[in-house]
Design a protein around this ligand. Structure first.
Ligand code: AMP
Length: 403
């Protein structure tokens, strides 16, 4: 398989799928350019080799027609600055005018195409649309891990038109490596910490992790369904009645497979879902009626931290409580600190999934863990053990994809 590091882009037009789905304010200024910055190493490598770049991305959720607020033209100034190259812009991502612009590109030049999702064909995965995109470049680079779980035209279908010239960009490659680092010969014990609101959102991950981890820590809103399953009183805490059976199955499976399952023993409770509500601590299976659990308690914090700090590898997805409220963030902060301290002692730690990334950033600890995945849904599906179409499309054998 080709890699971005070894591929020579000299005199090639590289068609690069990036994730420039950045937040814009009312005045259409970029409020967070992390995703643009993330693509720069890949783009610079191509330019340094003597290639030219044609960039494709989506932005926001347009309704399959052009809308100014979702135009990628708003990205041009920032991208030009970060690349140190005047970026050209095409008002469409396909069509005759776009083809003329891409044909005219010289080595060292960069062309940004308009939002792919102005065409319904993108998310439908249209082959003819993908073929038109493919006609613009000589080599296809996918550097958009965040959309790798979607079989869209630009993320998956387009790859078949580059049987010998398709590869991952640096971002995508490092996301994939960081996840496989965790599951291929991990330093043991391997501990997964799962939190967040619901069991239903995490069950596929739990099932897949059961064959891989030594320790499984469960916190956050989903823990109360486990406590109820075990016959505890959980007051008005978050619960999924239809997942009680699932929770019992998880407890059983952990026993069978020799996975040590850690469920909170105490909890911070409040008399309303509110930061300023009355707060106290109690055993997690003795929550009085009218009260609800919003964070793990001090005894649980200690136990979780001990397990985490003696781990060789760690995966963290989901907060331990309602960390957005300052009175109920303590458990999440303790877990984050324990991961940092384990990492300092040589553990490999991967933090991924929306809210745990938000938490690690809130405490300014992102550079103190081994890897923070920005993949969101794609990362979760990968951990669930699903094959991501965007990854498969690059890895797949030439023979299999040419029909
Ligand atoms: P998820 O998207 O499933 O990872 O869930 C993240 C959300 O779970 C965050 O917004 C937290 O506030 C919320 N959460 C964590 N613990 C609790 C809890 N005990 N009760 C209600 N919501 C919670």
């Amino acid at each position: 398989m080709q890699t971005i590091e070894t591929y020579n882009f000299k005199n090639k037009k590289a068609l690069v799928r990036v994730d420039f789905n950045v937040p814009l304010d009312e005045q259409l200024n970029i409020t967070d350019d992390t995703r643009i910055k993330a693509a720069i190493p890949t783009l610079k490598k191509i330019l340094k080799d003597g290639g030219s770049v044609i960039i494709m991305s989506h932005l926001g959720r347009p309704k399959n027609i052009p809308e100014d607020k979702f135009s990628l033209k708003h990205i041009v100034p920032s991208l030009s600055k970060l690349l140190g190259v005047e970026v050209k812009f095409s008002n469409d991502c396909i069509g005759a005018a776009t083809k003329v612009m891409s044909d005219a590109l010289k080595p060292g030049e960069v062309l940004l195409l308009e939002n792919l999702r102005f065409h319904a064909e993108e998310t439908k995965g249209s082959v003819s649309f993908a073929k038109e995109l493919a006609s613009l470049g000589d080599v296809y680079v996918n550097d958009a891990f965040g959309t790798a779980h979607r079989a869209h035209a630009s993320t998956t279908i387009v790859a078949q038109f580059f049987p010998h010239d398709k590869l991952f960009g640096y971002c995508m490659a490092s996301e994939l490596t960081s996840i496989s680092n965790l599951f291929t010969n991990p330093k043991r014990p391997l501990t997964a910490i799962l939190g967040g609101a619901k069991v239903s959102g995490k069950i596929a991950i739990i099932e897949n992790l059961m064959d891989k981890v030594d320790n499984l820590i469960i916190g956050g809103g989903m823990a109360y369904t486990f406590i109820k399953a075990k016959g505890g009183n959980i007051g008005s805490s978050l619960v999924e009645e239809d997942k009680i059976e699932t929770a019992l199955n998880v407890i059983e499976a952990a026993k069978k497979k020799g996975v040590k399952l850690y469920i909170p023993t105490d909890t911070a409770i409040a008399d309303a879902f509110n930061n300023d509500a009355n707060k106290k601590f109690c055993a997690i299976n003795e929550i009085p009626s009218g009260w609800l659990g919003l964070d793990i308690g001090p005894e649980t914090e200690k136990e979780f931290a001990k397990v985490i700090e003696s781990s060789g590898s760690i995966l963290w997805n989901g907060p331990m409580g309602v960390f957005e409220m300052s009175n109920f963030e303590h458990g999440t902060k303790v877990v984050a600190d324990a991961i940092v301290s384990a990492t300092a002692k040589g553990a490999y730690s991967l933090v991924g999934g929306g809210d745990s990334v938000a938490a690690i950033n809130k405490y300014n600890l992102a550079d103190k863990v081994s890897y923070v995945s920005t993949g969101g849904g794609a990362m979760l599906e990968y951990i669930e053990g699903k094959e991501l179409p965007g990854v498969k499309a690059i890895q797949e054998d030439v023979e299999k994809i040419i029909k």
